[in-house]
Design a protein around this ligand. Sequence first.
Ligand code: UD1
Length: 363
Amino acid sequence: MKIVTIVGARPQFIKAAAVSRELRKKHTEILVHTGQHYDKKMSDIFFEELDIPKPDYNLKIGSSTHAIQTGEMMVGIERVLLKEKPDYIMVYGDTNSTLAGAIAASKLLIPIIHIEAGLRSFNLNMPEEQNRVLTDRISKYLFCPSDTSVKNLFNENIKENVYNIGDVMCDAVLYYSKKIQYNKPEYYFNKFIGLFSNVELGYNKWYLATIHRAENTDSISKLEEILKAFESLKYKVIFPVHPRIRVFIEELYSKYKYKNIIFIEPIGYIEMLYLTKNSEKVITDSGGLQKEAYILKVPCITLRKETEWIETLKDNCNVLCDINSDDIIDKVQNTIINKNWIENYYGNGDSAKKICYILSKKG
Ligand code: UD1
C-alpha cells in the first residue's frame, strides 16, 4: 500500500514520528512537508531529534492569509498526488495543511485517512474547528483519539470506518519521555536561548507556559493581560515564544521589563517534555500540551473558554480559565488538583500499531 502523508506544523511532526515508524514496517510512505512551519526551531529540530524520515517533498509554502496559504498548499499537494498516485492520503489534526491535503485528495478521489478525527470545540470561529469539521466530512477512515470524538462524529452522522484507537500523541509522549535525562537539568537549560537575557540555571520550581492560538494572540491586549498575571505568580514562568507572537512580546517586554517570566526561543520536543514533567503546573492554550500534561500527570490551566480534550477536565487535572489576570492568578495558585488520577483516556501508546493493523486488514 502506498500512502502520501501530509505534515506542515509542529504538532504534526510529532504525531507523524509515532505513526511513520510503524507504517514504514509494511507500507510505502511518501512524506510531504507543506512548509507551514519553516523556522529551524519550529521544524528541522523535530526531524533531527525525533528521527523522522526526511520529507520526500517540501512545498515551502510558508505564512500568508488562510486562503493563500491553504490554496498554495492544495496546488502543491495536487502535483504530488498526480505524480505519486497513492492508494491513500494521510492527514493529521486540524491545521491548514490538514485541510489542504484533504481537499486536494478528495477532488482526485483519493481516499483520506484522518488521524485525530472527531475533535470539536463547537466554536466555529476557530480556524482549527473549521479545518476539523471539513476534513472529517470528506474522510474515508476516521481515527479518533477518544470516545468523545467518536460520539461527536456519530452526532454528525459520520459512522462508517470510525475507530477509537487512542491518541497518537500518547504514543509519542510515552516513547520519547523514556529519552529524557531526568537528572541533568543543566543539559536542558544550557540548550535554551533566552530572548532578553541568559537563562539562569537552578530554578527549583517553575510554571511552563505557551500561548499561540489566534483567539489569544490576534491583539496585544490579551497577551498583556496574560503576562500581567504571570508576573505576579509565586514561581518563575518559563515561556517558549511561538514566532507568531514574538513582535508583541518584544513590545510588551520593552514596556514592562518582566522579571518573573523567562522568555525563550521555541524548543525541541524532548526539552519540552522535560520542562513539562518537572513543572509545578502548565499554563497553555495548546491542545497538544494539555494532553502531554495530563499523560505526564502535571496539572494544567488552559487559557481558553472550551477544550476539545474534555476528559482532561475530570478531577480538575485541567482547568479552563478566562483571559483575566485575577482569574489566571487564582486558578494557577489556588486550584486544588487531584494528582492521583489513574485513568488514561488516550490509550496505552499503541495507537500507531492499531492504525496500521486496521489499514492492513482493509487493504
Ligand atoms: C498552526 C495551526 C494550529 C496549531 C499550530 C501549532 C492553523 C490554522 N493553525 O498555527 O492549529 O496548533 O500551528 O504551532 O493551521 N511563523 C513563523 N515561523 C514558523 C511558523 C510560523 O514565523 O516556522 C509565524 C508567521 O508569522 C505566521 C504565524 O507564525 O504568520 C502563524 O503561523 P500559521 O501557519 O498561521 O500557524 P500557527 O499560528 O502556528
